[in-house]
Design a protein around this ligand. Structure first.
Ligand SMILES: NC(=O)c1ccc[n+]([C@@H]2O[C@H](COP(=O)([O-])OP(=O)(O)OC[C@H]3O[C@@H](n4cnc5c(N)ncnc54)[C@H](O)[C@@H]3O)[C@@H](O)[C@H]2O)c1
Ligand SMILES: O=C(O)C(=O)C[C@@H](O)[C@H](O)[C@H](O)COP(=O)(O)O
Ligand SMILES: [Zn+2]
Length: 378
């Protein structure tokens, strides 16, 4: 099963890499995505207008947070049918990816007469994309939505693949649904106003994609200093990264199996993220995932023989750029209790996604409390 999977992935890798290369050479923009349509665009206004023409909604609504309304709304405000009056603005940050914000979006749509034929455009990072996607999935049992990601993290990861939802009861994405966007429009100049901290946060998910893709992709990322990167180079890396995500989503859209590879670093990462939020000192999702990957690569090394030289290279890179995770021995029981709620678990078993080697994820690895503790405190 695994071997067949590897061969299949290798063949698909080659096809995608070839298409990507041809695209870059010919400067063609659409990304050959399969699960949701994803495109790298040069002109969000005209691309959005074309899309809206095809969808033909009766009304158009936009969801933005306070920052994306300020920095990004101007790029789409002149699109026919888009208006500030029909733009729902929510507070920024993961603290607000909650039932109250969700309810305010449902109310906004309902009070302004949104129908099942109305369109919701989520303009923002992973927070508005996740929350807006879930609002769209549930409002009148589902209306179409478009994601326009404005952070690096949402361009390479959160806007694609149909996982929508909110945090609830102290747990990440506890309530949600799988629902694909009609289209994902990636416009990398939005990143010009994004701070370095949030760029790094997105870069962590790119490192995750490289780890489940191939050694060359990982080596390339670990050589780059994000603060010096040219916008062309970053756009090419965004395209490459989002293709990795799309490939896994396409093989297993509802996460019955191999899509769990995309959750590498998240069993521990989500526990870090939830605990930091509970303590009132929230860390960004990508930072939590970066630290979660360190712990899970140690577990992969201990349990599956993942090469220690590669684990060390990734760990050094993360420690240098992201610092060390802010948790101590005394946090272990809380972190473990949070991991018991991970969505990949079955019964009381905590199921990790680990790696044999770079590009060879192994899903459903059952790890004991002791094994987790050892990896956390090495
Ligand atoms: N659905 C998925 O597959 C998936 C994948 C990865 C992460 N996520 C989720 O995504 C969320 C994290 O996403 P995120 O990192 O994009 O966070 P975010 O949406 O909270 O954005 C981070 C910050 O950047 C600001 N911002 C956004 N775009 C900007 C721009 N262009 N210029 C200036 N500021 C801007 C936002 O207002 C916010 O303050 C988490 O909730 C995580 O769980 C979901
Ligand atoms: O798309 C996926 O599948 C992922 O796991 C991508 C993750 O980066 C993302 O953070 C996702 O929201 C985590 O999902 P969850 O099912 O662990 O809540
Ligand atoms: Zn993530």
């Amino acid at each position: 099963m695994l071997n067949k999977d590897k061969k299949f992935r290798h063949k698909k890798n080659l096809i995608f890499a070839t298409i990507l290369l041809i695209n870059i050479i010919l400067s063609m923009r659409p990304i050959p995505s399969k699960s949701a349509s994803v495109s790298l665009c040069d002109d969000p206004k005209s691309d959005l207008e074309q899309l809206i023409k095809n969808i033909a909604p009766d009304k158009i609504f936009v969801l933005a947070d306070e920052h994306t309304f300020r920095h990004c709304f101007n790029f789409i405000k002149d699109v026919k049918g888009v208006s500030a009056e029909r733009t729902c603005r929510i507070n920024a940050g993961d603290d607000f990816k909650n039932i109250e914000s969700l309810s305010s979006v449902w109310r906004f749509l309902s009070e302004r007469g949104a129908t099942r034929h109305s369109l919701l455009i989520n303009l923002g990072g992973g927070m508005p994309c996740d929350l807006g996607g879930f609002a769209a999935a549930t409002y009148k049992r589902g209306i179409p939505f478009i994601n326009i990601p404005t952070t690096l993290l949402s361009m390479v990861d959160a806007s694609v693949g149909g996982k929508t939802g909110i945090n609830f009861n102290g747990f990440k994405n506890e309530i949600g649904a799988f629902r694909q966007a009609e289209m994902v429009l990636i416009y990398t100049p939005f990143l010009n106003t994004l701070d370095q901290h949030n760029l790094l946060s997105g870069y962590a998910e790119m490192i995750k994609h490289a780890l489940i893709d191939k050694p060359e992709a990982l080596d390339r990322l670990l050589k780059i200093t994000l603060s010096d990167i040219s916008s062309d180079k970053l756009s090419a890396l965004v395209a490459e990264s989002v293709l990795v995500k799309d490939r896994y989503v396409d093989s297993d859209p509802l996460e019955g199996g191999i899509r769990k590879a995309l959750n590498l670093g998240h069993t521990v990462g989500h526990a870090f993220e939830s605990l930091s939020m509970k303590k009132g000192r929230p860390v960004l999702h990508g930072f939590a995932v970066a630290w979660g990957m360190i712990v899970e690569l140690r577990m992969a090394e201990n349990k599956l023989g993942f090469p220690s030289s590669v684990r060390k290279k990734v760990e050094d890179y993360i420690n240098k750029l992201y610092g060390f995770h802010p948790f101590g021995e005394s946090d272990f029981e809380d972190l473990y209790a949070l991991m018991l709620h991970d969505k990949k678990n079955i019964g009381e078993r905590i199921n990790f996604t680990l790696l044999d080697k770079v590009g060879e994820p192994v899903i459903n690895v059952d790890c004991s409390k002791e094994e987790i503790k050892t990896a956390l405190s090495l």
